[in-house]
Design a protein around this ligand. Structure first.
Ligand code: SAH
Ligand code: SF4
Ligand code: F3S
Length: 469
C-alpha cells in the first residue's frame, strides 16, 4: 500500500520557499498512515506546506514498512532515486521515517549516506525540529529512541476522507510471533489513557468525522497496565455516548484477547460495525506453535463460536501466512479446511518473508520454495474468494445502509461506499449524492467482494436504518 500526501491542503502562496515544501509518501499499515497524518499536522503547524510533486519539494519524506522484504525494498529504492538530486541540491532534506528507520537505524546511514534523517516510530513528534537540525548538519541525524513519551494533542483529521478518522489507542506489541518484525520496530505495548482517546474522538466528531477506526497492533488487548476494568470495551461504550460519531470499528484483533466482555460490548453498542478482522495465520496446530501465536485451531474456533453466538451475522476477515518454515503439504491443507470450517467473508494471504532479527529468520530455514509459496497463496486466495462470493449472496434483496464515499473508480456513473459491515457497496448514482452522507441501497447482485444495487433512501447526514441491536 502506498499513499501520497497531501490530502486537504490550501493553495500555496507563490513566495513560499522550497525549503518549506514537503513531499510525503507512506507505505505499510493503517498505523503508518495515521503516523504520517500526525507528522503532517506537526509540520503544517510549523509553516510547512505539502506538495504533490517531489521536484517542487525541499523536504522529501518516506514513512516506511518492514513487515515483508518487498515493502522495505520498494521504499528504499524510491529513496535512492533522489541520490543524484541530493548531489545537485545539497540543501534538499531526505528523511526516512517509520518501521524501516527504526529497524535499520545506522545501517541505513552507512549504506545510504545521502539520507539526512532517520526518524523511528516513537520520536516522530520531533520531526519539525529534526528537519531544522538536519539543515545545519553534514552528518545524518538519527532519532530512534524507543522510550520516548510520544503523545500528541491532535486537533484535526488530515486523512483522505473528512468523515473518517483513524485513532491510535495503543502503540507497540508485546507478542512474540516468531515471523514478525513489528515488536522490534514498534516496541512494547503502551496504551493511551481512555479519557485522552475519547477527548480526541470528541474533537474529531466536532470537526465532521462520522466513522472512527481504533488502531492497535493487538487492539483488543488495549488497556493492559492501565488498571482494572479498562479495556477496548471501555472505549466502545465511550464512543456510544459521543454525538456525531455514527460508526466505529477496530483493527487488528488478536484471537487470544477476544474476551467475553469485549464481545458483549460489540453486541450491545449500536455504533460498533458488524465487522471483525481476526488474523488466524494458519489452520495447523504445529505451525501455530512454531509461529508462537499462543492459541491453537480449536481455541480459534471456540472464539468464533462465542462471537457468533452474540453477533450471528458478523462479517469476518482474516490473514493467513503460507510457506512458513517447515510447512508441509498436510499442514497447509489444514488452512484450507479451516476456511471451510469457519466461513470467512474476506481474507488476506501473505507469503512468508524472513525478516532478519526475528526468531523464525534467525533459527528456522526458509525452506519452502517460492513456487510452492505462490501455489499455496493462490489456492488459499481462491478458496477465500469463492467463499466470500457465496457468503455475499445472503445480501441479495436486502437493504443495507451505506456511508457514501464518492464516484466509483471504474465507472463515474456509479457511486461507492461502505456498508455497516465494511463491505464495499456500489449503486447507480443520482444527481444529489453527497460524500460522507448515509444512503440505503437495495442489493440486487453481488460479486466476491462487492454488493451492487439501487439507492432507495438518502442521502441523509445521519443513519437511516435502525442500528442493530
Ligand atoms: N498485528 C497484527 C498484524 C500485523 S502484520 C496481528 O497480529 O494480527 C499484518 C500481517 O502481515 C500479519 O497478520 C501477517 O499475516 C503478515 N505478516 C507479518 N509478518 C510477516 C512475514 N514475516 N512474512 C509474511 N507475512 C507476514
Ligand atoms: Fe506481529 Fe504477532 Fe504482534 Fe501481530 S501480534 S504485530 S503478528 S508480533
Ligand atoms: Fe509495516 Fe510497521 Fe505497519 S512494519 S505493517 S508499517 S507496523
Amino acid at each position: 500500500m502506498k499513499l501520497i500526501y497531501p490530502m486537504q491542503t490550501a493553495p500555496i502562496a507563490a513566495d513560499v520557499p522550497k525549503a518549506r515544501k514537503v513531499y510525503f509518501e507512506v507505505f505499510g499499515c493503517q498505523m503508518n498512515k495515521l503516523d504520517a497524518e500526525l507528522m503532517l499536522e506537526g509540520l503544517l503547524q510549523k509553516g510547512y506546506h505539502l506538495v504533490h510533486d517531489p521536484e517542487e519539494a525541499g523536504v522529501i519524506l518516506y514513512n516506511t514498512c518492514s513487515v515483508r522484504e518487498r515493502a522495505e525494498e520498494r521504499a528504499l529504492m524510491r529513496m535512492a532515486s533522489f541520490k543524484r538530486r541530493k548531489k545537485e541540491e545539497p540543501d534538499l532534506i531526505l528523511g526516512l521515517t517509520g518501521c524501516v528507520a527504526q529497524h535499520k537505524q545506522d545501517e541505513l546511514t552507512e549504506k545510504a549516506p545521502w539520507i539526512d534523517l532517520v526518524v523511528g516510530t516513537r520520536e516522530f513528534d520531533r520531526l519539525p525540529e529534526l528537519i531544522a537540525e538536519a539543515r545545519g548538519s553534514r552528518e545524518a541525524l538519527l532519532a530512534t529512541e524507543m522510550d520516548s513519551p510520544l503523545e500528541f494533542f491532535r486537533q484535526r483529521n488530515l486523512g483522505p476522507n473528512q468523515w473518517h478518522a483513524f485513532v491510535s489507542v495503543m502503540r507497540g506489541c508485546d507478542m512474540v510471533c516468531t515471523y514478525c518484525i513489528v515488536p522490534t520496530t514498534r516496541g512494547k505495548e503502551v496504551s493511551r489513557p481512555p479519557e485522552v482517546i475519547l477527548d480526541e474522538v470528541r474533537r474529531l466528531a466536532d470537526s465532521g468525522v462520522r466513522e472512527i477506526t481504533f488502531l492497535g497492533q493487538t487492539v483488543n488487548s488495549y488497556g493492559k497496565r492501565l488498571g482494572a476494568g479498562v479495556g477496548l470495551d471501555t472505549l466502545l461504550r465511550g464512543v456510544e455516548e459521543i454525538d456525531g460519531i455514527e460508526r466505529c470499528h477496530f483493527i487488528t484483533s488478536h484471537p487470544r484477547f477476544l474476551r467475553p466482555k469485549l464481545i458483549q460490548a460489540m453486541a450491545e453498542c449500536s455504533k460498533v460495525m458488524d465487522y471483525l478482522h481476526l488474523p488466524v495465520q494458519s489452520g495447523s496446530d504445529d505451525v501455530l506453535a512454531r509461529m508462537k501465536r499462543t492459541y491453537d485451531r480449536s481455541f480459534y474456533l471456540h472464539v468464533i463460536d462465542r462471537l457468533r453466538e452474540q453477533i450471528p451475522d458478523i462479517t469476518l476477515a482474516t490473514d493467513f501466512i503460507v510457506g512458513f518454515p517447515g510447512e508441509t503439504e498436510a499442514e497447509f491443507e489444514t488452512s484450507l479446511s479451516l476456511i471451510d470450517e469457519v466461513g470467512f467473508d474476506h481474507g488476506y494471504v501473505f507469503q512468508y518473508s524472513p525478516r532478519p532479527g526475528t526468531a523464525s529468520a534467525d533459527r528456522m530455514l526458509d525452506d519452502i520454495p517460492l513456487e510452492v509459496k505462490k501455489k499455496r497463496n493462490h489456492l488459499l486466495l481462491e478458496s477465500l474468494t469463492n467463499q466470500g462470493g457465496i457468503r455475499n449472496q445472503r445480501f441479495v434483496g436486502r437493504q443495507v445502509e451505506v456511508l457514501a464515499e464518492g464516484p466509483s473508480k471504474s465507472n463515474a456513473e456509479r457511486w461507492s461506499g461502505r456498508a455497516r459491515d465494511h463491505r464495499t457497496v456500489i449503486w447507480d448514482a443520482q444527481a444529489d449524492e453527497i460524500a460522507g452522507s448515509f444512503v440505503v441501497v437495495e442489493v440486487d447482485h453481488v460479486s466476491a467482494a462487492t454488493l451492487y444495487g439501487n439507492r432507495v433512501a438518502g442521502p441523509r447526514s445521519r443513519p437511516i436504518l435502525p442500528c442493530t441491536p
